[in-house]
Write a protein that binds this ligand. Structure first.
Ligand SMILES: Nc1ncnc2c1ncn2[C@@H]1O[C@H](COP(=O)(O)OP(=O)(O)OP(=O)(O)O)[C@@H](O)[C@H]1O
Length: 264
């Protein structure tokens, strides 16, 4: 269970340049919730992800995992419970290291037990099994430098690394936006499989309205730092992109201004 309680974040408070990035956000994410997040430019989507992951501290409010406050815990310590995949395929991996070395890093970060660290062949076997689940042949390229992989391959590896030790929370930050349609579809499919199999509590920021409706069991709409709509699975099932945009306009009083919007 992930809770945000009355979380606010202001940038440059008290100046002409004051920006409300998050205003009094209270949200509860149940185990296994897969939530898509949409909103205008500057709505606070990245700030929400940054506050959950620990990149930023809230000015006011609490962040709790399983009832324990974590807002004071630094990002690197939260990475044991929180996996994150960014838009930029370069962001989640170390390009000069091999696939195997990258996976070793992800494995150590989770500090999971059950496999003797020295047992190299067992470790390799685990990595090979996990890579083969991606279905793109990376299990045969474990000694290849990650910098040589395509964007889609790197993003698949980032997704695997972010979920390698079964985090409690998975944050996906427009993680398919920089890929061509075929690769974006592959990463979307892998995401759905991994989230479903591991029952991960997942938040996914997307600019693709059709994807926001189709994926997951809940949709959150943000505007000017506020959560303006929280749509349930049942309602999502019959929702169209036109209705979604209409709802946004009705509640916010203006059109969804998103320069990267994809309607579907
Ligand atoms: N480091 C910062 N310093 C000052 N203002 C910031 C900073 N980070 C974000 N902001 C402001 O806070 C608000 C929320 O930004 P945020 O990046 O969370 O929005 P977003 O919904 O992710 O936007 P986009 O879809 O355009 O990426 C915006 O007004 C933004 O300009």
């Amino acid at each position: 269970m992930l809770d945000l309680v009355n979380v606010s974040k202001l940038f440059n408070p008290g100046t002409l340049d004051e920006k409300i990035a998050l205003m009094d956000a209270t949200l509860r994410f149940k185990p296994g919730d897969f939530v898509t997040v949409i909103g205008s430019n500057g709505a606070g989507k990245s700030t929400l992800m940054n506050i959950i992951s620990g990149v930023m501290k809230p000015d006011i409010g609490k962040v709790l995992i399983e009832g324990n406050e974590i807002q004071h815990i630094p990002e690197h310590k939260r990475s044991r419970w929180i996996g994150r995949v960014f838009q930029d395929p370069m962001a989640g991996t170390a390009p000069r290291m091999t696939i195997e070395e990258n996976l070793t890093m992800a494995y150590k970060r989770g500090k999971s037990r059950g496999l003797a660290w020295g047992a190299t062949s067992a470790k390799r076997q685990l990595f090979r099994e996990q890579l083969s689940r991606l279905g793109i042949g990376l299990e045969n390229r474990m000694s290849a430098k990650v910098g040589l992989l395509s964007g889609g391959e790197r993003q698949a590896l980032s997704l695997l690394m972010a979920t390698f030790t079964k985090p409690q929370i998975l944050l996906l930050d427009e993680h398919t936006a920089a890929l061509d349609p075929a690769r974006a579809e592959l990463i979307t499919r892998l995401t759905e499989e991994i989230v479903r199999e591991m029952k991960l509590t997942t938040l996914m920021v997307t600019h693709n309205m059709e994807q926001a409706i189709r994926l997951g069991n809940r949709l959150i709409m943000m505007d000017k730092g506020r959560i303006i709509l929280d749509i349930t699975e049942q309602r999502k099932q019959s929702l169209t992109v036109a209705q979604l945009l209409g709802e946004f306009e009705r509640i916010s009083g203006h059109q969804l201004s998103d320069d990267r919007i994809v309607l579907g």
